[in-house]
Design a protein around this ligand. Structure first.
Ligand SMILES: N[C@H](CCC[C@H](N)C(=O)O)C(=O)O
Length: 259
C-alpha cells in the first residue's frame, strides 16, 4: 500500500508521498503515470516524493503526470514545503533541494508559502514571445483576450513546433489587467494539457511583464485556479534576483492506494 496525501496549490494538484525511507522506485514511470491518471488512478498534475538530503531539510523529487521526472515545479514546491512542515522537518524557514538546486521558503500565518526561485539564466526576447528557464522551460506570449483564448490548441502547437518538439516546453499566455497585475493561462508539458496554475510559469510571465511593460514588483497573478504573486529585484538589464513566488498550498485528503 502507498500512503499519500493529495495537495493543491491554486488548483495545480499533486500526489505527495513521504519517502524518507527511500522505498518508492523512482524509475517506475508507469506507476507514477498510473497514480496521476484521472480515470484509472488518483488523479494529479504531478507526483512529489519527499526525501532526506544532507545539508537540507528535505529533497523534493518531482514527476510530471506522464510519469517522467520533471524539472522545478513552483506550485509543487510550495505544496512540498507545507507537507514537509506537517512532517516536522522545519519550523518557520526551510531550505530544500529540488531539480534546479537549492530553494528557501517560509510559511506565513495565513498558510501562504513564500518560495525563493532561482534566477533564470539567459532570457530570450523574441518578436512575439519570451523564452526563459525559471527552473522549468517557459515560453511566454502576451495576449489581449485571455478569457476567450484557446490555450490548449495554441499551447500544444507551440509545444510541438520544430524547436520544442523533442524536449518540450511549458507555454504561457499572459494578459495585462492592471498596473501590477496579470492574468495567466498555461499549457504544461508532461501534463500535455492546460493546468489550473503553474508556478514557474507565472514567475516567467512576471519577469516578461517587467521587460515588456516595465511592470513593477510585486505582481499579482490571477490563474484559473486562484491567485499567486511574484516579487523580484531587477539587478540590471534582463537580470533578476530575490524572485519570490507566493501562494497557497492546501492539503486535500490523505489515503492509501494499492501499489
Ligand atoms: N506546474 C509546475 C511546472 C511544472 C513544469 C513541468 N511541466 C515541466 O516542464 O517539467 C509549476 O508550478 O511550476
Amino acid at each position: 500500500m502507498i500512503n499519500f496525501w493529495k495537495y493543491q496549490g491554486a488548483g495545480n494538484d499533486f500526489i505527495m508521498i513521504d519517502d524518507r525511507n527511500n522505498t518508492f522506485n523512482s524509475n517506475d514511470f508507469e506507476k507514477v503515470a498510473f497514480l496521476c491518471h484521472r480515470r484509472f488512478g488518483i488523479g494529479a498534475d504531478g507526483l512529489i516524493l519527499i526525501r532526506l538530503k544532507e545539508g537540507y531539510d528535505f529533497e523534493m523529487v518531482y514527476f510530471n503526470a506522464d510519469g517522467h521526472l520533471g524539472s522545478m515545479c513552483g506550485n509543487g514546491g510550495r505544496c512540498a514545503v507545507r507537507f514537509a512542515h506537517t512532517l516536522g522537518l522545519f519550523e518557520n524557514k526551510t531550505s530544500f533541494w529540488a531539480a534546479d538546486g537549492a530553494h528557501e521558503a517560509t510559511l506565513d500565518d495565513k498558510q501562504l508559502v513564500h518560495l525563493l526561485m532561482n534566477p533564470p539564466g539567459e532570457i530570450e526576447v523574441n518578436n512575439d514571445h519570451y523564452f526563459m528557464d525559471t527552473g522549468s522551460p517557459h515560453y511566454v506570449r502576451f495576449e489581449n483576450d485571455l478569457a476567450n483564448f484557446d490555450c490548449v490548441t495554441e499551447g500544444k502547437a507551440i509545444r510541438h513546433n520544430e524547436r520544442f518538439n523533442e524536449e518540450g516546453t511549458n507555454v504561457n499566455f499572459a494578459q495585462v489587467t492592471g498596473k501590477q497585475s496579470l492574468d495567466v493561462r498555461t499549457f504544461e508539458r508532461g501534463v500535455e494539457d492546460e493546468t489550473y496554475a503553474c508556478g514557474t510559469g507565472v514567475t516567467a510571465c512576471a519577469i516578461a511583464a517587467n521587460i515588456e511593460h516595465d511592470m513593477q514588483s510585486p505582481i499579482q497573478v490571477k490563474v484559473l485556479g486562484g491567485q499567486l504573486a511574484v516579487g523580484f529585484t531587477k539587478v540590471s538589464d534582463k537580470k533578476y534576483t530575490d524572485i519570490i513566488l507566493t501562494g497557497p498550498a492546501t492539503p486535500v485528503f490523505n489515503a492509501e492506494i494499492e501499489g
